[in-house]
Ligand binder design. Structure first.
Ligand code: GDP
Length: 533
């Protein structure tokens, strides 16, 4: 086995063979390129370039609003399922632009591991660090891929050191680069003593070597002295770095590191083999009443993403649900716990690079798309009857608040419905002021406002504008003491609103005034993160 671990693997067991993961990176580090190459290995697509091609296609379709196309960013989150070796991989894509970071955070609640892509010339960048912190909160194990070794890069030790120091994460290099930039010639597998040559016909072949003194390295690094220096470094990497430790990795304390070039499709096979070998199978999930194990026979799952207009011919809404336990079978009836009503899973779907297909069955770790017309919302739990709600699909206090201005007053009712729907999809957060004034929407990033405006126009024929509000901050408020809560709400009527679930939200004009209120009302908890439920 690649990493010489005794990771449990039983190919016949559908849960044990699943690997559900996301790629986290700073924009431009190579996430899209790597995704493409991973899918190629899975046989999910025939031609490199198809992910982008597909994105463009989707964007011209789903994106009749044009935002994605105009700005060249990916607004959608999607899932791609593929098989490789004994494993079924579910790769959950996350939007690259930080204005959609809420979407990314929610997606990370549905994965069991993550691949962190780092640009070898840049090291850890701001967004990588932020996304890493989100993974750490959930103890998601991280596999690192240092990309773009074919370009001028930083010293590998320097990069490892940076990961260790800035992320407080132990590093265990699995492969080691032979040269870099123009002299990049391949990688040396520190565990199996094999060389993968950049000039090999494809990414398949490795050559066994006797050790670091093998003459092959002199051929690969022909410049005077290069091979000698490299040997010293590799020896240090071999002897001086932490060995790979499965438990430490699974607990989120250590990351195995691979070096390569996604563009050259180099080192990607080592990465995917590594994921198959050591990335964890589906984890248990915490619900309000108990923890749910993936091997339990009854089906449970939660919705972490709603995507509308994937195919405008159908005007459909797809709820992406992570199956947490049991087996989801096509045609089964599930219980939507929020409403207590049954929902028929007549056409659950799997997504591939270019296609979707009806899922006859799905297991823990799988992500299925459930077409619906607004029945399902983010955070919903589906079960076979049990009353339980999965925790941890978060909502963050928005950083931008805007009042909606409707140009046609006759359409107020339609607007209310449309806003409710958009909020249930997680496009924006909706706050209805207690004083009856017009709705306030909250977002983390300004592009969300553009998406809302375009969609209200295109889907509902509602032209809107935004107006500033005097409020700049909002917080959910809670208290064990209902009387205190009622008192606070009563005495702050003009600053109070309710969110989608009817939960009370306090809106403040400045950070200073929020602090003032917090100090004056010690019985009230002001929170900036809320679980969907
Ligand atoms: P994303 O923003 O993280 O999805 O990054 P992309 O995959 O779109 O890559 C950003 C740019 O880096 C593109 O121009 C890629 O062609 C380029 N790129 C990605 N991987 C490599 C690599 O391994 N080597 C080189 N030289 N360029 C790469």
């Amino acid at each position: 086995m690649l990493m010489q671990t005794d990771a449990p693997r039983a190919p016949a067991d559908p849960v044990a063979r699943r690997r559900t993961f996301a790629i986290i990176s700073h924009p431009d580090a190579g996430k899209t390129t790597l995704t493409e190459k991973l899918l190629l290995f899975g046989g999910a697509i025939q031609l490199a370039g198809e992910v982008k091609a597909k994105r463009n296609r989707v964007s011209t379709r789903s994106d009749w609003m044009g935002i994605e196309k105009e700005r060249g960013i990916s607004v959608v989150t999607s899932v791609m399922t593929f098989e490789y070796g004994d494993c079924v991989f579910n790769l959950l894509d996350t939007p690259g632009h930080e204005d959609f970071s809420e979407d990314t955070y929610r997606t990370l609640t549905a994965v069991d591991s993550a691949v962190m892509v780092i640009d070898a010339a840049k090291g850890i960048e701001a967004r990588t660090r932020k996304l890493f912190e989100v993974c750490r909160l959930r103890d998601i194990p991280i596999v690192t891929f240092v990309n773009k070794l074919d370009r001028e890069s930083r010293d590998p030790f320097d990069l490892l050191d940076e990961i260790e120091k800035t992320l407080a994460l132990d590093v265990a290099p699995v492969t080691w680069p032979i040269g870099r930039g123009r002299s990049f010639a391949g990688t040396y597998d520190l565990l199996r003593r094999r060389v993968r040559r950049l000039d090999a016909a494809d990414d398949a072949g490795t050559v066994p070597v006797s050790g670091l003194d093998d003459p092959l390295f002199d051929t690969l690094l022909p410049e005077a002295g290069d091979a000698a220096t490299w040997r010293e470094e590799a020896e240090l990497a071999e002897g001086g770095c932490k060995p790979f430790d499965l438990d430490a990795f699974r607990e989120g304390h250590l990351t195995p590191v691979f070096f390569g070039s996604a563009l050259r499709n180099f080192g990607v096979r080592d990465l995917i083999d590594g994921l198959a070998d050591v990335a964890p199978p589906p984890r248990g999930q915490d619900a309000d009443t108990r923890a749910v194990a993936p091997t339990e026979p009854k089906m449970t799952g939660f919705v972490f993403k709603i995507q509308a207009n994937m195919d405008p011919n159908h005007r459909d809404r797809i709820a992406f649900m992570r199956v947490c336990s049991g087996k989801l079978s096509r045609g089964m009836k599930a219980k939507l716990v929020r409403t207590g009503k049954p929902i028929s899973l007549s056409a659950p779907q799997f997504f591939f690079a270019q296609d979707r297909a009806i899922a006859d069955e799905a297991y823990a770790g799988d992500v299925v798309g459930i077409p619906n017309h607004g029945t399902l919302r983010i955070g919903d739990t589906l079960t076979e009857g049990e009353e339980l709600v999965f925790r941890g699909v978060p909502s963050f206090a928005p950083e931008l608040l805007r009042r909606i201005k409707l140009t046609d007053a006759m359409k107020a009712k339609k607007l209310r419905e449309a806003l409710q729907q958009m909020a249930e999809e997680g496009v924006v957060q909706l706050f209805l002021p207690q004083d009856g004034s017009s709705a306030i929407v909250g977002v983390v990033g300004a592009l969300q406002l553009d998406v809302l405006k375009e969609r209200l126009q295109a889907e509902y024929g509602l032209p809107i504008d935004y107006e500033p509000t005097r409020f700049t901050i909002c917080r959910w408020i809670e208290s064990e003491d209902q009387a205190e809560l009622d008192k606070f709400v009563g005495s702050h009527g003009s600053s109070m609103a309710s969110d989608l679930d009817g939960a009370p939200v306090f809106m403040a004009t400045t950070g200073f005034s929020l602090k003032y209120e917090e100090e004056r009302a010690p019985a009230i908890r002001f929170t900036d993160v809320k679980d969907y439920q």
